[in-house]
Write a protein that binds this ligand. Structure first.
Ligand code: ASP
Ligand code: MG
Length: 412
């Protein structure tokens, strides 16, 4: 007997038929003798629709009330699922984040889980009930409802798997697993059998929208065995795990992210402590900065550019404008016409030619690179938004990721 956490995304519970389908899967797992904790997202496009509703009322609703509103989507799903499971003759009980004690910090709209009191869930499992928990939500110290950021139900699932010491955390979605690239853009993209936490983390945060990146961070930290698979068939899915024993594949995949903006702070005084001040302001405001580029100084000033999520653009610009004097800069500018294209693979550490191969692919496709950043397992290039798809295709092809056995000497 095992304890299994099963998370189902919005498309998997989009309508009554799908809810029943998922209920069937859950009950099957339960009847095989397992304890099952189910985590659900809001049905279909519910979250987007709720955001639209808010916009009809106010252009800038308070973040607290947004969380109050958005958390309702998941509450609908869990109640319906409990009913569907009961209808199949099993006992189920649904809970909001608050009811199972998912405590977060107070950053509305992007809260982080700080602690979970698993006692209520354990008690219900002991009573042989299937426990259904609303994903994406928690409560802060003062009891305000918070949400974990778009796609955050994955993180709820992994966090629960971690504290309950689950044997497996299954993330069910509408795709068969993790692919070498988005199959909608690259038709010959292949499904990966497995991927390491590190690689998955890069792919997730790079916009391979399969998993919420916090969920992968947590899975890595607590070594939660995680599988990404489809709720619409019985294919095996992709296993996300600690190490790849057979790390043959130098490059695992190509990801892109259009949801970013570039900000440039211009004519910053070229003295010690300036970068610190800028990024301290941003960090204190909870703004995540990605690629950073500092120009060589000219005269006694330099420019500092970086990227942020589009959703944080206005906030970032406001913040910098308010603090231009403190920072010691002349002006700030931004562009939303940027996308980040990245290759990811743990094998690249030992293969010096990866960057060159990527740049070659982009050069052949006549795509200009605006910023570059690298880590041990990824290389990212900033390109124009309308060139993102073309860039992904070119890079995927260059690394021959569509072929079953990747040529090892590709970039060697
Ligand atoms: N319903 C939320 C969203 O659409 C959370 C989730 O689906 O994981 O972002
Ligand atoms: Mg998701």
């Amino acid at each position: 007997m095992a304890l299994i956490v099963q998370k189902f995304g919005g498309s998997s519970v989009a309508n009554a038929e799908r809810v029943r389908n998922v209920a069937g899967r859950v009950v099957k797992t339960y009847r095989e003798g397992n304890d099952v904790v189910v985590v659900l997202s809001a049905q279909g496009d519910t979250t987007d629709e709720l955001i639209e509703k808010a916009k009809e009322i106010s252009e800038k609703p308070s973040k607290r009330e947004m969380d109050m509103l958005l958390s309702t989507g998941e509450q609908i799903s869990i109640a319906l699922m409990a009913m569907a499971i009961e209808k199949l003759g099993c006992q189920a009980v649904s809970f909001t984040g608050q009811q199972v004690g998912i405590k977060t910090n107070t950053i509305h709209g992007n809260a982080r889980i700080e602690d979970i009191d698993g006692s209520r869930i354990r008690a219900e499992l002991n009573r042989k009930r299937i426990v259904i928990v609303a994903g994406f939500q928690g409560i802060d110290e003062e009891g305000n409802i918070t949400t974990l950021g778009r796609g955050g139900s994955d993180t709820t699932a992994v966090a629960l798997a971690a504290i309950l010491n689950a044997d497996l955390c299954e993330i069910y979605t509408d795709v068969d697993g993790v692919y070498t690239a988005d199959p909608r853009i690259v038709p010959d993209a292949r499904k990966l059998e497995d991927i390491s936490f590190g690689e998955m983390l890069e792919l997730a945060s790079l916009g391979a929208r399969v998993l919420h990146n916090r969920s992968v961070e947590l899975a890595k930290k607590y070594n939660v065995r995680m599988v990404v698979r489809s709720s619409l068939n019985n294919h095996k899915g992709t296993l996300v795990k600690e190490v790849n024993e057979v790390e043959k594949m130098m490059i695992k995949g190509v990801a892109y992210d259009k949801d970013i903006a570039r900000i440039s702070i211009l004519a910053v005084r070229d003295i010690p402590g300036v970068a610190y001040r800028i990024f301290k302001f941003l960090a204190d405001a909870g703004i995540n900065v990605d690629i950073i580029l500092q120009s060589i100084g000219r005269g006694d000033t330099k420019d500092i550019s970086f990227t942020v999520a589009k959703s944080q653009l206005t906030e970032t610009i406001d913040l910098i404008n308010r603090n231009l004097d403190d920072i010691g800069a002349a002006d700030v500018s931004f562009s939303q016409d940027v996308a980040k294209v990245s290759v990811v693979g743990a094998g690249m550490v030992n293969h010096p030619g990866v960057a060159a191969t990527m740049f070659e692919a982009l050069a052949e496709a006549d795509i200009n690179i605006h910023m570059i950043s690298t880590s041990e397992i990824k290389i990212s290039c900033l390109v124009r938004t309308d060139e993102a798809e073309k860039a992904v295709q070119a890079v995927h092809k260059k690394f021959r990721l569509g072929e079953s056995e990747q040529a090892e000497e590709q970039a060697g």
